[in-house]
Design a protein around this ligand. Structure first.
Ligand SMILES: *Cc1c(COP(=O)(O)O)cnc(C)c1O
Length: 198
């Protein structure tokens, strides 16, 4: 479980930490730069929001995983900066399963081509897929989205692409994480349900 702490003050993160939370999700580079150095060393930060290429260098030292890789160009920039820093970084490819115009991410049709380019990046490990499902009143409406992402993961795994493990499926938020877990999520990103309304 990733505790999504975006917009919340450091004291709230510390309270969650004291209850045992170690994985925090943030969607803005500036917030990670402020919070990560102030938290205990074993707190892990996950970048879950759209990441601009010119901010990769700044944020890289503070994140364990980038969930929101939505272009090959971004993956290449992460590769360059990770190599420069002499480290490896875990990433997920963000998939726009529902094809919403307002959202970032690869379409399910694009993802194989992207993986065949990223497979050669030595400092970037593709650990799986991430999606942000549409906002819905009834979480059941998102079940087909989660099923589709799971199936995509299975299809990719079958192709045994180097450098792509597909062990992680990051899907489900406060309103729909139960359905997401039923459909195979290995990471859920819960904000409101932990920290209250933003
Ligand atoms: C804000 C956010 C969440 C958490 O949403 P809640 O509904 O508060 O649980 C999860 N994933 C992403 C990418 C987010 O931006």
């Amino acid at each position: 479980m990733i505790a999504v702490s975006k917009t919340k003050p450091l004291e709230e993160l510390q309270k969650a930490y004291d209850c045992g939370v170690r994985d925090f999700g943030e969607n803005k580079v500036q917030e990670i730069l402020k919070k990560a150095p102030a938290m205990p060393a074993d707190a892990r930060f996950h970048m879950i929001g759209h990441l601009q290429r010119n901010k990769v260098r700044q944020v890289l030292p503070y994140v364990t995983m980038i969930h929101s890789v939505d272009s090959v160009r971004l993956a290449l920039e992460i590769q360059r900066e990770a190599q420069r820093a002499n480290r490896a970084i875990d990433i997920l490819l963000e998939i726009n399963v529902a094809g919403e115009e307002s959202k970032f991410g690869f379409s399910p049709e694009e993802v194989m081509d992207a993986l065949s380019e990223i497979r050669d990046f030595s400092n970037v490990h593709v650990c799986g897929l991430m999606t942000i499902a549409p906002f819905v009143e009834n979480s059941e409406e998102n079940r087909p989205i989660f099923k589709k992402l799971f199936q995509l993961c299975v299809d990719i795994k079958r192709k045994n692409i180097d450098n792509s493990s597909m062990a992680v499926l990051s899907m489900g938020m406060t309103g729909d994480y139960v359905v997401a877990v039923e459909e195979g999520a290995t990471m859920v990103r819960v904000g409101t349900g932990i920290f209250g309304a933003r």
